[in-house]
Design a binder for this molecule. Structure first.
Ligand SMILES: Cc1cc2nc3c(=O)[nH]c(=O)nc-3n(C[C@H](O)[C@H](O)[C@H](O)COP(=O)(O)OP(=O)(O)OC[C@H]3O[C@@H](n4cnc5c(N)ncnc54)[C@H](O)[C@@H]3O)c2cc1C
Length: 552
């Protein structure tokens, strides 16, 4: 496999040579450094690299170029290599353009010219960006190969897990010649899939998520058995707590049962998060937060589910699914909510084989030129419809009500109306699914007349709301009737503190009925279900953690 490319673009030959020279000096043994003297020339080079099946890790473009500015080039380059990291070289006078570009082209960094000495000003930036790129699916040089069946739920689970954790992998069908060769080499048959083969040639048949995490270099075992703060859940609230906790000097570990990002990580475009006027993909936003948490020294454990919480003197004990435990002075519960399951005959059999909950990013490229059905009338369904319309022949959005106005944001309704490929079907419910080895047919019903009709499709994506999965906290914390965790003033009933409350003060604002245990984000009763509020509560929980620790 050829080395991934670093492409530099500058119309000034002297500067162009200098950048390429400095980059080549440090990265030339692992990356192929290409040089272009204009945006159009650089785009031609990128197309050629793409055709050869090679990868681009980093784009470094000067802003002020005559034919096409650096920002315009980076915007066009995003369509060819979306995962490549983007750096703009600017003169001091152009910093406004660079700051604007942070939103327009999701710029990773802007470097002021001159960048000397490179050891101080250039290499630390590029090191960090290449490190981030190395965990994107494009980093084919560290490739993991997954061999499976198109319509197999276990194969889907493996791919979805790797994709959500931003672990690069190549997907091979078991009956492809290359897939068959790998199966043969691993001494496995088509009946054994999914087979996962690492870059070093280690093969695992039907691995568990913990095994996969270990294989992909994600941390699964805590480094210590005692922490100042354990954060449970790696969505925006948990990541917010981890960033603030670690940056403020608390020994912090974040435990995530699947992949950091949570629900937000599945959002194809978040348009209403402060500071991103052009929107930002949930995966990008949460990947940045994950890197930020790690940078500040937070430990992140993946593929570990917390199944028990108890107190032992001043410590809080957390039990994992495998029976092992860690302890901490304080805990932030940021376990969010999970998709509600659509209960219609036949659908459960096809989960992961045509029926999907979320999973927009993993499956969208497979839906090219096909008819896709989406159930749900809220923003998550609307975002998915917009995303799928870039791939599918037609996107059918099924809603029970007469229209979307009550359940979806106006900007998203307007967006849907502008896309011809999307049809909204009001008063429509899914009442059944059928097929052989995967979903092939849906039965839809008119909710007013009860009239049923059948449609042929292999793609159903369900976004019908969510619920907290907090049964494991039953009897430990006060929860409301729907399972959301009650905190702060809401715990005081008739002037009385919650049963078992041992302190002489009232619970702090985000504190649960167990002192030192806080809840933040969607899992908290009465919380606003938004990325911004989840991040805010995650940060606020940490300030309350400090207050709690100071009083101990
Ligand atoms: C498709 C979609 C689009 C959205 N779009 C927007 C938008 O545009 N704007 C907006 O503001 N909001 C949007 N939202 C809502 C937003 O994503 C949520 O409000 C936000 O993610 C809540 O963050 P959280 O950290 O509280 O919980 P979550 O994001 O739900 O994260 C919780 C995490 O905890 C983990 N977890 C749960 N239980 C355990 C356990 N026992 N042990 C270990 N880990 C556990 C889960 O795996 C998950 O990763 C969208 C949601 C979806 C699904």
């Amino acid at each position: 496999m050829a080395n991934p490319v670093i492409l530099t673009v500058d119309d000034d030959p002297v500067v162009s040579r200098a950048v390429a020279r400095d980059i080549r000096r440090r990265y030339g043994d692992r990356y192929r450094v290409l040089r272009a003297s204009s945006g159009p020339e650089a785009l031609d080079a990128l197309r050629e690299v793409k055709l050869r099946g090679e990868q681009v890790a980093l784009l470094l473009a000067d802003h002020r170029m005559p034919e096409m500015t650096g920002v315009e080039f980076l915007e066009a380059a995003m369509d060819i290599f979306p995962a490549a990291r983007r750096v703009l070289l600017t003169a001091y006078a152009d910093t406004d353009a660079a700051i604007e570009a942070i939103n327009v082209v999701d710029l990773d960094h802007y470097l002021l010219k001159p960048w000397h000495p490179p050891e101080e000003k250039l290499y630390p930036v590029v090191d960090g960006l290449l490190e981030a790129w190395a965990v994107t699916p494009d980093a084919a040089s560290t490739e993991i190969r997954v061999v499976g069946h198109r319509w197999s739920a276990p194969s889907f689970k493996v791919r979805d897990f790797l994709a959500r954790n931003l672990v690069p992998y190549r997907w091979l069908l078991a009956d492809d010649p290359e897939g068959a060769r790998l199966l043969d080499a691993a001494g496995a048959t088509e009946a054994d899939v999914p087979l996962v083969v690492t870059a070093e040639g280690k093969a695992l048949i039907a691995p568990s998520e913990a095994e996969l995490a270990g294989l992909a270099g994600l941390t699964v075992v805590p480094a210590s058995d005692f922490y100042d703060l354990v954060v449970i859940g790696g969505g925006p609230a948990g990541l917010g707590s981890a960033v603030y906790g670690a940056s403020e000097g608390l020994r912090t570990v974040l435990v995530e049962r699947r992949a950091t990002g949570g629900q937000a990580g599945q959002s194809s475009r978040i348009e209403n998060y402060l500071g991103f006027p052009d929107g930002v993909s949930g995966a990008q936003l949460t990947d940045r937060a994950r890197r930020q948490a790690v940078k500040f020294g937070a430990e992140l454990l993946s593929a570990r589910e917390v199944v028990g919480l108890s107190e032992a003197g001043g410590a809080r004990l957390l039990r994992f699914g495998d029976g092992t435990e860690i302890a901490a002075h304080t805990v932030v519960l940021a376990t969010g909510v999970s998709y509600r399951v659509l209960d219609a005959p036949g659908l459960a059999d096809f989960t992961g084989r045509g029926v999907f909950y979320g999973s927009t990013a993993t499956e969208a490229p497979s839906c090219v030129d096909q008819d896709v059905y989406i159930v749900g009338g809220a923003n998550s369904a609307g975002q998915a419809a917009v995303h799928f319309s870039r791939y599918a022949a037609r996107v059918h959005l099924l809603i029970r009500g007469a229209d979307l106005t009550a359940s979806m944001s106006r900007y998203l309704i307007d967006q849907l109306e502008r896309i011809d490929r999307i049809t909204v079907h009001p008063h429509t419910a899914v009442v059944g699914g059928a097929g052989q080895d995967h979903l092939q047919r849906l039965t839809l019903c008119d909710t007013r007349t009860g009239e049923a009709r059948s449609v042929d499709t292999s793609w159903l994506f369900i976004f019908i709301g969510a619920e907290p999965r907090t049964d494991w906290l039953d009897g430990v914390l006060v929860r409301d009737g729907r399972g959301f965790i009650v905190t702060g003033p809401d715990l005081i009933s008739g002037g009385r503190r919650p049963a078992g409350w041992s302190l002489s003060r009232d619970p702090y604002h985000l504190e649960t009925s167990l002192p030192g245990v806080f809840a933040a984000g969607d899992v908290r009763a009465e919380s606003v279900k938004r990325v911004a509020s989840a991040v805010g509560e995650g940060a606020m929980a940490v300030s309350l953690v400090h207050r709690y620790l100071e009083a101990q």
